[in-house]
Design a protein around this ligand. Structure first.
Ligand code: MTE
Ligand code: HPA
Ligand code: MOS
Length: 817
């Protein structure tokens, strides 16, 4: 297996403006003279009746232009999957941070003063503040889901060995640098133009128009870029835009709502916390026979995306491993926390954490190396059907495990680490080390079929320059740069001739969120299709021009009408996005158009565009694209045949990879350091190598934060206490692996996707699980009896506790002496 050589990659389209501080974010929009500032009043109770809301005094405060409550919305309800969430709390509040009132004023200072004059009387009700409590009180969102294959009871009975466990996974904060933000301008006939920082402009359009009693045509939503989204702006940006829109709509003035970091962290949902019970049966050499898993997640107070996140968790419990008898059940708990939401990886990492922990545990139990257990259970030929019935096509997992093992010198370092730990334990050394290699197999596609569609609009101008508009939103991941590159390759013009335009619902309607890592797959494919139609027309024109002497071309004679117009009626079939270059007998390269059979005759792309215009040939195209071959049935939990011959999939394909991480843990403080990480991934044939490696390192480090230091801390009454960077520790550059190596394998076999590429946005986050399992491995070296229990994140306190019999108190006392 060979590793891809590093090709030349175009820089991110915002690279220069980001580093020079010129990139415009929402709050950088210039203020208009009559613009209003919007402020929010939210609940400080987790669960209470709203007995009285009195804002009469606030209305009399200087500069206050309006205070709005639930009854000011035409429809005070929204929700992405289930419409279950009020825009403004009415009668009751269900979490700390739930918005009750919207205030409009001329300045922020006036809002702060008015807030102090608002009186809200609550009658406290008892809140549900944990998954266990929700289970006891049977408080759930939606029914239980189940995915099952084989006969788990039979498989369990047939297994030589069995293990049971319980895994606690905490949530995590997205920590995007740009908070939730929206600026809304009132326009003609009561319509609104909304600029906001969201992954899903179409959702904002829906929520705002529905909330205000307008229709979609009355609302235009524009997203130029986000200062990070990470899933936190897939659904949760919509109500924020709705509050600003309410003010603009009611008062007919521009309105600006920018959350500060503390409010953003308190109000918005996080990664869903999970608790998982599992039972696994395996034989003496470590082969897994049966797995029975029950997943519970904390959905918070409203459904948001939690049921879909649970579904993805259930679909990723196998990760890279074939398990013949398998039953996964999943239930979302309704609690009194902020509604939890999408976060890079969606449910995936939760399923993967469980199965990778099981791998370590089986190895501990049998006294063998965990990598051996992983290799033995890895999907391979003949054992390549997932528990939901999809075949793992073009399976590179065995090679990835093998190659990553070699690249990382896994077994050599394993021996070194064992020696190191033995010596450390004997001599009272300060550190212990751990090593673990985990895999990822991440399904690419939205599991809800209708979301897997997109559209693109390409405008080519007479001077040969190109504007591209799609539903994809730019959040730092580089989707604009990738799409520009695809268009550049299709049309054979340099990217400096191509501008990807801010995402707008006016140009691209009925779009899906930029999520599920599918931004480039869906929107890039639509853009490529549109380019192909334009190319087909230009090719036809080229062929005709070849036959005409230059002096009779339209550019020489257009106004006179002396020459007959060239008519073009070409249309390429839309369904095949993998038109090889030869499909077009005319080639588009380096800004020139030519027929390879007669390469001396060339027309510049620019001149050809001008000729097209003068011959009244359209230079613009709109294309729609849908992901093929999807057939996951949510009711049966299985994929269905597409027709007599072909099975469909829950996913179009899988992005795969492996990572080996080595950690050192401090026995006195519990501090964790990641000494080295080797990542090997299969991204097919990347559009932009550098951007993909950027995504891999970013996702891995983001996941590492969740695995180690990012500890969300709530009071006993359900208030988030860690709501700022001083109390919530995300990784800094000093925390990244000391030695960080990233490689991509060569894979030209992903025929199912555009240009043979594979999506990258989320999958590498799941490789950060290797840091957590490496910590488990380091702790394990101190024991022979029971496999350590370790919550995610493995904070210093938890590591210390796991290292010290008797727990943290004993550990702290030892430290004091
Ligand atoms: N990268 C950056 N820099 N910022 C982000 O907000 N979001 C991630 C990932 N990479 C994110 C990011 C998430 S959650 C997803 S789903 C994908 O990008 C979405 O973009 P894509 O589909 O274009 O990969
Ligand atoms: N991933 C991310 N976001 C989503 C999904 C998904 O699978 N489904 C709906 N929104
Ligand atoms: Mo990403 S969690 O699918 O926005």
């Amino acid at each position: 297996m060979s590793v891809i050589p590093v090709p030349k990659s175009l820089p991110h389209d915002s690279a220069w403006t980001h580093v020079t501080g010129k990139s415009e974010f929402i709050d950088d929009r210039p203020r208009l003279r009559n613009e209003l500032v919007v402020g929010l009043v939210y609940s400080d109770r987790a669960h209470a009746k709203l007995k009285k809301i009195d804002f009469s005094q606030a209305l009399r405060c200087e500069g206050i232009e309006g205070v709005f409550s639930a009854s000011d919305f035409s429809h005070n309800i929204w929700g992405t999957i289930f419409q279950d969430q009020p825009l403004l709390a009415d009668q009751r509040v269900h979490y700390v941070g739930e918005v009750i009132l919207v205030i409009a004023a001329q300045t922020q200072t006036q809002i702060d003063a008015a807030k102090r004059k608002i009186k809200i009387e609550y009658e406290d009700l008892s809140p549900i503040l944990s998954i266990q409590q929700a289970i006891r009180e049977q408080s759930f969102i939606a029914p239980e889901r189940k995915i099952e294959r084989g006969d788990v009871d039979f498989g369990m009975a047939a297994s030589d060995r069995k293990l049971e466990g319980h895994l606690v996974i905490q949530g995590a904060e997205h920590f995007y640098l740009e908070s939730q933000a929206a600026v809304v301008y009132p326009c003609d006939n009561g319509s609104l133009e909304i600029h906001c920082s969201v992954q899903h402009p179409t959702e904002v359009q829906h929520v705002v128009s529905h909330g205000l009693g307008l229709t979609s045509k009355d609302v235009v939503v524009i997203v130029k870029r986000m200062g990070g989204g990470f899933g936190g702006k897939e659904s949760q940006g919509a109500p924020i835009a709705a509050y600003a829109a309410l003010v603009a709509h009611k008062l007919g003035r521009p309105a600006r709502l920018i959350l500060n970091k503390d409010d953003d962290m308190i109000m918005t949902g996080k990664r869903n916390p999970f608790e998982i019970d599992y039972k696994v049966g395996f034989n003496r050499d470590g082969q897994i026979i049966a797995l029975d898993a029950q997943l519970f997640s904390d959905g918070g107070a409203y459904a948001d995306l939690s049921t879909s996140i649970m579904e993805r968790a259930m679909l990723h419990c196998d990760n890279a491993y074939y398990i013949p008898h398998m039953r996964v059940r999943g239930r979302v708990c309704k609690t009194h926390f902020h509604p939890h939401t999408a976060f890079r990886g969606f449910g995936g990492p939760k399923g993967v954490l469980m199965i990778e922990r099981i791998m370590e545990e089986i190895a501990f139990h049998l006294g063998v190396d965990a990598l051996q257990v992983r290799k033995m259970n890895c999907y391979r030929e003949g054992f390549d059907i997932t528990h939901y019935g999809q075949k793992v096509e073009n399976n590179r997992l065995p090679e990835l495990l093998h190659e990553c093992d070699e690249k990382a010198d896994y077994f050599l370092r394993r021996r070194e680490i064992e020696e190191f730990n033995k010596t450390s334990l004997r001599t009272g050394g300060q550190t212990l080390r751990g090593l673990s290699l985990t895999a990822v197999k991440f399904g690419i596609s939205f599991t809800t079929r209708f979301l897997n569609q997109g559209n693109a609009l390409i405008n080519v101008y007479r001077d040969g320059s190109v504007q591209v508009s799609t539903g994809a939103t730019e959040m730092g991941q580089g989707v604009y740069a990738r799409i520009a590159q695809l268009v550049s390759e299709e049309l054979g013009v340099d990217t400096k001739w191509i501008q990807v335009m801010p995402t707008s619902t006016e140009k691209n309607a009925n779009t899906s969120p930029t999520a599920a890592s599918s931004g480039t797959d869906i929107n890039g494919a639509a853009a490529s299709l549109a380019c192909q139609q334009i190319k087909a027309r230009l090719s036809e024109l080229f062929i005709q021009l070849q036959k005409r002497p230059l002096e009779r071309w339209a550019s020489k004679t257009a106004g006179l009408g002396t020459e007959p117009e060239i008519n073009v009626e070409t249309h390429v079939p839309m369904q095949d996005i993998f038109q090889p270059a030869e499909f077009f007998s005319i080639h588009f390269e380096n800004g020139e158009v030519f027929d390879p059979k007669n390469p001396t005759f060339r027309i510049s792309f620019k001149d050809l565009c001008n000729e097209a215009y003068l011959n009244r040939i359209s230079l613009c195209e709109y294309a729609h694209y849908k992901i093929p071959n999807l057939s996951f049935n949510k009711i049966t939990g299985q994929v269905a045949p597409l027709n007599d011959e072909k099975m469909g999939g829950a996913f179009l394909y899988f992005t795969q990879g492996a990572a080996a991480s080595e950690v050192s843990i401090n026995r006195d403080t519990g501090e964790v350091k990641v000494l080295r990480t080797d990542i090997l991934m299969d991204l097919g044939r990347p559009v932009n190598y550098a951007l993909d490696v950027g995504q891999i390192s970013g996702a891995f480090v983001q996941g590492m934060g969740w695995m180690t230091t990012e500890n969300l801390f709530y009071s006993s009454t359900g208030k988030l206490l860690s709501h700022s960077p001083s109390t919530y520790k995300i990784p800094s550059v000093h925390d990244t692996p000391r030695d960080f190596r990233i490689h991509l394998i060569e894979n030209n076999g992903n025929y199912s996707n555009l240009r043979g590429t594979k999506a990258v946005g989320e999958p590498p986050l799941l490789l950060s699980v290797s840091v957590w399992t490496a910590i488990l491995d380091a702790i394990r070296s101190t024991r022979t009896d029971a496999f350590p229990d370790l919550v995610v994140p493995a904070t210093a306190e938890r590591v210390l506790e796991a290292l010290t019999p008797g727990g943290l108190d004993v550990a702290l006392k030892q430290l004091m002496n």
